[in-house]
Structures are given as C-alpha cells and as structure tokens.
Design a protein around this ligand. Structure first.
Ligand code: HEM
Length: 455
C-alpha cells in the first residue's frame, strides 16, 4: 500500500485531525472497543484524532507500522492504557514492562522458545489434542462450544509444556476467572480515556479483583511447591526461578515470577484457542478447504497417527490458520505511548502521543487485501504471501516486542487441527458468523456452535 500521508506540511501542528465524538467513542469502548476504531482506518493509511487531551494516531499502513514498531521501537513504551488494563493481573512482567526491566525478562525466557526446544514440546501438544479428540469421541450429541473446547486444550498444553503439569491446577476455575478479569475491558479503556482515577468503581470491577486474587494465589502455590520439592526441571518455572539480571545480578522475587507465569498462562493459551475456534468455525463453512486439509493430513501421516515429524509438512493447515487469524486476529489492537518525539513518514510525532496498531483493520484493509472479507487460505501460498509487505499480516505484532510465543502457537495450532480433523469433520449452522468482540483478545459475541461428524 502506498502511504497516502499528507506530506504538504509535516509540522506537528498540521495533523489532519479526524473529528470524533467523545460520547460515541466512550459508549463504543464500553460495548466493544473494535467499534471505537475510527471507521476511516479500514480505508486510510493513518488516522489522527485528538481525544481526552491527547493526540491519538491509528496506523494501518504496513510501512508506517514498520517505521513505528521496528525502526522507532526505542521511542515507544507500552503506555498507561496497557498498564491500567493488564497491570493488576500481570504486574510488571514481560508483556507489560518496558526498557531494561523488560529486556532481561525477555532474555531470561528466550531459551524456552528456541526452535529446537519447541520441537521437544511437540509430542505434548499432540498428546493434549488426542485427549480432547478422545473426549469428543464419547460426546454423543455432536454440538459443542468451540471456544471452551479450544481453551481447555491449549490450557492443558501451556501448563504441561511450560509448567511441567502445573501440580493440579483447576482448569475450569482458572478459565472462569480469566473471563471475569477480562469482562470489564471496555470500562477500563473508557475510564482511562476520561483520565478517571483507577479506584473509580465500574461494573465487573469487584469480580475482576477477586479473579486476580484467585489466579495469583494459584500460581503462588505452583512456585511454593516447586521450591519445596527442589526438583530441577527444564521448564519456564525453573527458568524464571533461576533468572538473574545481567546488570545487577538480582533474581526475581516470587511476585515477579507470578507476574510472568500469569502472563504466559493468559497470553499463551487464550490467543491460540481463539484462533483455532475461529478456524474451525470458518472450516465448517468451507467444505472445500476442509477436504483439502483432510488430503494433506492423510498424505503427511500416511493414514497413521500424527507424529511430531509430520507437523512441519502441513503447509496448507498453516495457511488455513493464518487466513483465520487474518480475519479474526486473536490480539486485535496493540497500542504504544511515545516516550519521546520521533519521525513517522512525513510527521513528527510528539512525546505523549498514543499510537494504535489496529491489527484487525490492517488485516481487513481495503487497499491491502482483495475482497478482504472473503476467507481464502490461498492468500498464504508462499509466492502470493511474498508479494505483500511483511507487516500487511501481523497477528503476532512486530519489532522487538513481537510475540515470543509465535513459533509455539503456530506449531500447536497446526498439531491440534490435524489431530482433530483426522477423526472429525466439522459442520455448523449456516447463519451469519457472530460478531467479534474485543476483550483484550478477540472473542465471538455469541458462542461458536459446531457439529462434529465422525469420519
Ligand atoms: C495465535 C496465538 C497468539 C497470538 C495471535 C499472539 C499475539 C501476540 C501479540 C500481537 C503480541 C504483541 C503485543 C504488543 O506488541 O503489544 C504478543 C506478545 C506476547 N505473547 Fe503472544 N500471541 C499468541 C500466542 C502466544 C503464546 C503461545 C505465548 C506463550 C507461550 C505467547 C506469549 C506472549 C508474550 C510473553 C508476549 C509479550 C512479549 C514481549 O513483550 O516481549 N503468545 N502476542
């Protein structure tokens, strides 16, 4: 896409501001933050607005996104919105922190996500998918809530692979509490925009507080048990327990370890689960794509059970998952605050500006994608994908803060799809797809029903 940025007058006072109505934005934020995006951002490369006394810039041009998130990453911090929304649960962990504190945390866990390490985790991913499939085989009436099913599967995987089983965590209770925590997302954004103090009551606040207490106490028990047992494991818990800041040599205290375990548990299972749920929902409506997947899986496995070495061969499955994440990116909007002035295209962005990268809008942008609303995994054929800007498709973000779990997620998603589709065909009611709603992640407004037909 060519950046159609106004280059005539790049002085800071010359931003072509798009007027926005504060009451409309506030109401939209509370209902569904996706509706608060300026509609122009689905057609324009960049939209400037001023709301709540701050300049707010929405970026949809892949080149401008590259300039912001990659070239100027050191000028950007996660900002107040992120800390207000996620800080109570994730503290100052890897997702929410900035600067040197972020850097040493990222370096401390990088080893858990190296390709060779991920390959070792594949059998656990396949085994968890097989357990879910076996449960489905005993499920007689055929209709299931897809999101719940996928959340349980990816939760099993994250706890198994990153926490060596997690010493008896109650999955359903954890899931319910994560949902309670995320429910008032829109309220938090709206009150943040108004500059209201964090103690301000809002619907769902007390439940969210109780959820955090429960979740953090659950993880405190995991750490206490690991310390008590003295068993050394090569998992994330041990890495965090052994991590030391290279500059000061200090190790993480229990609160900091909990911040990070909370981050990995939440960021590491809900996103992939939602990506998979939307994928199966779309496959239920595209029997031709599903048939091609069946063929690919059969060819890769030679009709036998899926093994770790087959996963890399499932290139069409990757395309299907990518195309589903294009339409329904599990993390639909990311944001940053400018820590200092920097240059973006023809503009000088002042310190204090809030930048939004609405991945959801980039992935449906009229000047990047042909027929953007059509589900077409062929868009991710290697040759076609190569012809697009690298950041036209960015479900995992970009730059130094790119998702550390992206390789993990792709491997896991492909393995789960293959295991499930070896035994089941998915079908669904031919109704319009439920609207997506942003609760940090992109959930369907209504449950995604699915019917399973044994193959
Ligand atoms: C389909 C699945 C996933 C999607 C779409 C996704 C998306 C993202 C995005 C967009 C970011 C960047 C946020 C920003 O720039 O503000 C991010 C960061 C992160 N993700 Fe993921 N993610 C997924 C799976 C995972 C998994 C499986 C893990 C861990 C096992 C994980 C752990 C993290 C962490 C720790 C960060 C923060 C990285 C940092 O700031 O250095 N994610 N993810």
């Amino acid at each position: 896409m060519n950046a159609r940025v106004n280059t005539a007058d790049p002085s800071p006072g010359a931003f072509p501001l798009t007027p926005r109505s504060m009451p409309h934005v506030l109401l939209s934020l509370i209902r569904n933050p996706l509706d608060a995006l300026p509609p122009e951002i689905f057609d324009e490369p960049v939209v400037f607005t001023r709301l709540g006394g701050k300049l707010r810039v929405y970026l949809a041009d892949p080149e401008l996104i590259y300039q912001a998130l990659v070239r100027n990453s050191d000028a950007l911090g996660k900002g107040e919105d992120v800390r207000r929304l996620l800080g109570p649960a994730l503290g100052d962990g890897i997702l929410t922190s900035d600067g040197a504190h972020w850097k040493w945390q990222r370096q401390s866990v990088a080893g858990a996500f190296r390709h060779e390490k991920l390959l070792e985790l594949q059998p656990a991913m396949i085994a968890a998918a097989q357990r879910r499939r076996d449960l489905w085989l005993t499920h007689k009436d055929g209709a299931l809530d897809l999101c719940q099913e996928m959340m349980r599967t990816t939760f099993d995987i994250i706890v198994e692979t990153m926490m060596s089983g997690g010493e008896g965590i109650d999955v359903d209770r954890v899931e319910r509490n994560i949902t309670d925590y995320l429910k008032p997302t829109g309220w938090k954004f709206a009150l943040g925009l108004l500059g209201a103090p964090e103690w301000m009551p809002h619907p769902g606040k007390e439940k969210a507080k109780a959820a955090v207490t429960f979740l953090r106490a659950t993880l405190a028990k995991v750490i206490a048990e690991r310390r008590r047992s003295g068993i050394e494991r090569s998992d994330l818990v041990s890495m965090l327990l052994g991590a030391a800041d290279p500059e000061t040599g200090r190790t993480m205290n229990d609160e900091e370890i909990i911040d990070n375990l909370m981050t990995f548990i939440t960021a590491g299972h809900e996103t992939t689960a939602l990506g998979l749920a939307w994928t199966l929902h779309l496959l239920a409506r595209h029997s031709d794509c599903q048939a091609r997947l069946f063929d690919e899986i059969a060819a890769a496995t030679d009709g036998g059970p899926l093994l770790a070495e087959h996963v890399g061969k499932l290139t069409y499955a990757r395309q299907v998952f990518s195309e589903a994440m294009r339409l329904y990116p599990p993390a639909p909007i990311i944001s940053r605050a400018a820590l200092r002035e920097f240059t973006l295209g023809a503009y000088t962005i002042p310190a204090g500006t809030i930048l939004y990268v609405p991945i959801y809008a980039v992935h449906r942008h009229a000047s990047i994608w042909e027929d953007p609303l059509v589900f077409d995994p062929e868009r991710f054929e290697p040759e076609t994908a190569k012809s697009r800007h690298r950041f036209a498709f960015m479900p995992f973000g970009a730059g130094p803060r790119v998702c550390i779990g992206n390789g993990f997620a792709m491997m896991e998603a492909v393995a789960i799809l293959a295991v499930l589709l070896q035994r089941f065909r998915v079908t669904g009611p031919n109704e319009p797809s439920p609207k997506p709603i942003m609760k940090v992640t992109l959930r369907p407004m209504h449950p995604l029903p699915i019917h399973l037909v044994e193959r």
